[in-house]
Design a protein around this ligand. Structure first.
Ligand SMILES: Cc1cc2nc3c(=O)[nH]c(=O)nc-3n(C[C@H](O)[C@H](O)[C@H](O)COP(=O)(O)OP(=O)(O)OC[C@H]3O[C@@H](n4cnc5c(N)ncnc54)[C@H](O)[C@@H]3O)c2cc1C
Length: 426
């Protein structure tokens, strides 16, 4: 059987495309080949926050993500300068945190169990679509395919080959992994719970210490057992021109509890100057007793979604970060899994109709609950980050919060439930 449905990349988007394809068109299984430049379990820079939508899509594939080592955050705190909106769900976690090396290797194993071939250690160098086939040049020779799925991430070669002039919306992201209790190296002592007590925020734009915020808003302690596993997002850098937030998630490395810290900037405000990310990141960590300089800082871009993006050319379609992740948070794991579902239907229909133009792929994405949620998220990101004044951010996260929570529930989250019930992906 010729391997003529070629998927470049075995991250969540590529693996989800293959797994969904096997589910809805099992006769195509032997025709699928995934090319991956790394070897699983491979490192992937990511905080590993798995939204509930991801769990819904995995369940639909018959996969139990409980098999993957994880930490559950009981609540997600969306704050401005230490105070804001808390999201927690009855009888379940607000956010599940996995490590990507473990999660992706697990998903790849599941794909192999279903008979999908993954060839690791093969780097795609060039993707050239023709009228009757696509040539995929790699460091292991040239492959010829009927269909290519570009699942090779934000910097992927597939998109760069087929859409070299496409405008790029790319977020900047920095991340570090730190212990749960900070060891102050110079003093050789362990700091108290880093989220305990009073923290001071400065007005980033004016660089003045304008207020002191009590982190435990409304006398709710942030450091009790329940809350210590919280996931924190803080939008305090927005007034300084960073269109994003810092995060602090619980995680684990080889079973050892750790915290994953990071800073995200959509670059939506980058028509102004691009402020350095390291300074506010270091400030946020130091507010909680950490010294950023003690940790290895890693960075990677996230390409985010625009409804004006192109997602396909004849014979080649894009999924996951190659097509565009969420713009507000840079959330992309559940999104990548969702693209896989849309792509699988598009591929099955293309093979059935012997029509590889993928003319309707854009419509399939935009009209799916995934595409609708992404479009709304991009719109929200533009509004939220353009209205960057401290008073607005404070109002949005602290005063307006019942409306924010309701809108998020309806329009930002829960798209996967609608997706699995929807006919619009067909
Ligand atoms: C610092 C950071 C933190 C993040 N935190 C979160 C989070 O908490 N929650 C969340 O939902 N999302 C998060 N994201 C986003 C998330 O990581 C991505 O959206 C997600 O990985 C996209 O999946 P993908 O399959 O499209 O691409 P990727 O996961 O990037 O997978 C692409 C695959 O393609 C392979 N590949 C690339 N080039 C080639 C080539 N030329 N040939 C062959 N193979 C190739 C790569 O090795 C890789 O395996 C974060 C991203 C960053 C950078």
């Amino acid at each position: 059987m010729p391997k003529d449905i070629l998927i470049t990349g075995s991250g969540p988007s590529g693996l989800s495309t293959a797994l969904h394809l096997v589910k809805i068109a099992p006769h195509l299984t032997d025709r699928i080949l995934i090319l991956e430049k790394e070897h699983h379990p491979r490192p992937k820079l990511c905080a590993g926050g798995l939204a509930a939508d991801a769990e819904i899509l995995l369940q639909r594939l018959g996969l139990d993500v409980n098999e993957v080592p994880h930490v559950d955050a009981s609540a997600a705190h969306l704050d401005f300068a230490g105070k804001g909106l808390t999201i927690s769900l009855p009888n379940t976690h607000a956010l599940r945190i996995i490590r990507r090396n473990e999660f992706d290797a697990w998903l790849a194993r599941k794909a192999r169990d279903k008979g999908i071939e993954i060839r690791e250690g093969v780097t795609v160098k060039n993707v050239q679509p023709h009228d009757d086939c696509v040539n995929v040049e790699t460091d292991a020779g040239t492959f010829t395919a009927q269909i290519v799925v570009g699942a090779d991430g934000s910097n992927g070669i597939t998109r760069r080959c087929i859409l070299p002039n496409e405008s790029i919306h790319t977020a900047r992201v920095l991340e570090v992994i730190a212990p749960t209790s900070n060891v102050i190296a110079s003093e050789g002592r362990v700091a108290p719970n880093p989220r305990k007590g009073r923290v001071a925020y400065r007005d980033q734009a004016k660089q003045l210490p304008i207020r002191q915020e009590i982190a435990s808003a409304k006398n709710t302690p942030r450091n009790d057992v329940h809350e210590s596993e919280g996931a924190y997002f803080d939008f305090f850098p927005v007034p300084s021109g960073i269109a994003g937030y810092t995060w602090d998630f619980p995680t684990q490395i080889n079973g050892e509890p750790m915290r994953c810290w990071g800073i995200y900037d959509t670059n939506i405000l980058s028509y102004k100057e691009r402020p350095a990310l390291k300074e506010p990141f270091a400030e946020e960590m130091s507010r909680h007793g950490y010294d950023l300089n003690q940790y290895e800082i890693k960075g990677h871009p996230i390409r985010w979604f625009s409804p004006f993006n192109q997602f396909a050319v004849p014979r080649v379609i894009l999924v996951g970060d190659a097509a565009g992740a969420d713009g507000i948070f840079g959330e992309g794991i559940s999104i990548a899994l969702g693209y896989g579902l849309v792509a699988a239907h598009a591929i099955r229909d293309a093979v059935e109709r012997n029509d590889f133009s993928f003319r309707d792929y854009r419509r399939r994405i935009l009209f799916s609950p995934l595409g609708q949620a992404l479009t709304i998220r991009t719109a929200i990101a533009h509004v939220l980050y353009h209205l960057h004044w401290a008073w607005f951010q404070k109002f949005f996260w602290r005063v307006f919060k019942p409306v924010v929570a309701g809108a998020a529930w309806l329009f930002v989250m829960n798209w996967a439930k609608r997706m699995v019930l929807s006919k619009s992906i067909d």
